[in-house]
Write a protein that binds this ligand. Sequence first.
Ligand SMILES: Nc1ncnc2c1ncn2[C@@H]1O[C@H](COP(=O)(O)OP(=O)(O)OP(=O)(O)O)[C@@H](O)[C@H]1O
Ligand SMILES: Nc1ncnc2c1ncn2[C@@H]1O[C@H](COP(=O)(O)OP(=O)(O)OP(=O)(O)O)[C@@H](O)[C@H]1O
Ligand SMILES: [Mg+2]
Ligand SMILES: [Mg+2]
Lengths: 252, 252
Amino acid sequence: LPPIIAVVNQKGGVGKTTTAINLGAALAEIGHSILLVDLDPQANSTSGLGLDPVRARLNVYHTLIGEATIEQAAVLTSVPGMRIVPSHIDLAGAEIELATMSARETRLRKALASVPEGTGCIIIDCPPSLGLLTLNALSAATSMLIPTQCEYFALEGLRHLLYTHQLVRSRLNPNLGIAGIVMTQFDARTTLSWDVLREVRRSHPAHVLETLIPRNVRISEAPSHGKSVIQYDPSSRGAAAYRALAKELLER
Amino acid sequence: LPPIIAVVNQKGGVGKTTTAINLGAALAEIGHSILLVDLDPQANSTSGLGLDPVRARLNVYHTLIGEATIEQAAVLTSVPGMRIVPSHIDLAGAEIELATMSARETRLRKALASVPEGTGCIIIDCPPSLGLLTLNALSAATSMLIPTQCEYFALEGLRHLLYTHQLVRSRLNPNLGIAGIVMTQFDARTTLSWDVLREVRRSHPAHVLETLIPRNVRISEAPSHGKSVIQYDPSSRGAAAYRALAKELLER
Ligand SMILES: Nc1ncnc2c1ncn2[C@@H]1O[C@H](COP(=O)(O)OP(=O)(O)OP(=O)(O)O)[C@@H](O)[C@H]1O
Ligand SMILES: Nc1ncnc2c1ncn2[C@@H]1O[C@H](COP(=O)(O)OP(=O)(O)OP(=O)(O)O)[C@@H](O)[C@H]1O
Ligand SMILES: [Mg+2]
Ligand SMILES: [Mg+2]
């Protein structure tokens, strides 16, 4: 089974979708076959890669309730070597529906037990919560990648997320590791960014990754063109940072 | 009953907490008595005003399950004239618990039927989702205030949020109005900010507010000192923008 990385943080806007798309694209660029799973009802990974969530015949909801396989729901994206299982707005209702089902936390793990032949890595984009959808991702994953902004509120949530990691390991998935904490939207001109970076390096030295993702407008422009930043502006600081992140994760 | 404003957007990181705290502080500065309700399990409004979510004896969860009144749970904040009903991490579990209760969407409305004497305005900070906690806020509110970033992904979610407004009006709360859409983290140096602003003004002309909240590092520094930006740096562009927002909302 290929590695499964859950990109997770209950804090909103920290760069989960941006990291899922661009890390996936950086890994695909060096030859890995990537499957992205969009588990967020906002379907930002889906639309950020140029797909219309409304028009997808099958989506991740169908795989959670067992009406479709991952292979059937996965579609090609604008990034060579990267497929996606799209999301849909109706997934928001699934959380309340899943709450009443059996094996409600492990449905995605079951679905990912069989994936398209030759898949090298699976990346799951999670919604900004620790509800049932995210628990499904953490049950299925081999490791969690935690993007976090260099901001005070983002710092607050890290302790609780690492506590949740322990809970999931003891109850749902003893194999769940931590791929790392990646600092995103880093603005070297502000003392706040440096203060938060120093604090994260002090309190979580074993988990924080060396690669810093800078605040770079090309990163936030790319999704409106349905592309990763690697395709949209290959020579940008944003593309370089996500290539460095891919390399650092492969080496760990 | 005083006006109740739900600060809501399922997109994460758009400035819901920042707007709830600083709009509240700007209204308190001109003499209104403000009650802030922190309905987000991340408890960022609570910690951003210098309170420790873990140490609060009572919190919003107790008011939702009827074990405490709003009056009993409300505490003073560092902002003169502003009280808060604090949140707690355990609120995350409440959503699954609420799903099995009767009148699960209208528990907060019931609790807010009696508030401390002299309360001029109630502001509810919502989590980044459209689940049961947010539905409780929308059932209780007289209007919704929608902060949105000048970014592509934030633009995507607006249509769905306005559709949700129609649903809530037809099923739960016919009086729910729209206080407005406020553009936050506006960076005049990027064409993306101007493109998104033009698009929002074109597609939602009746709802988008004139006041633009600029990206201003003093705004993101203030919560680490437990203060609103109005207290932390009263002469900053961030403080001026939230005062202008308060004035514009009072005039509408
Ligand atoms: N390094 C960066 N430089 C500039 N903009 C960025 C960067 N990373 C993310 N952004 C922008 O910031 C916003 C938030 O990022 P993103 O949507 O990826 O976060 P998220 O954690 O997935 O949010 P949510 O919690 O809503 O799922 C997006 O508009 C994105 O384009
Ligand atoms: N105008 C601004 N200028 C600079 N920083 C800002 C501004 N508005 C918000 N921020 C910062 O951006 C981050 C996101 O804002 P905030 O946490 O208020 O959003 P939110 O919508 O409440 O997030 P969540 O979806 O997690 O609840 C915070 O770290 C905040 O300090
Ligand atoms: Mg996202
Ligand atoms: Mg918030």
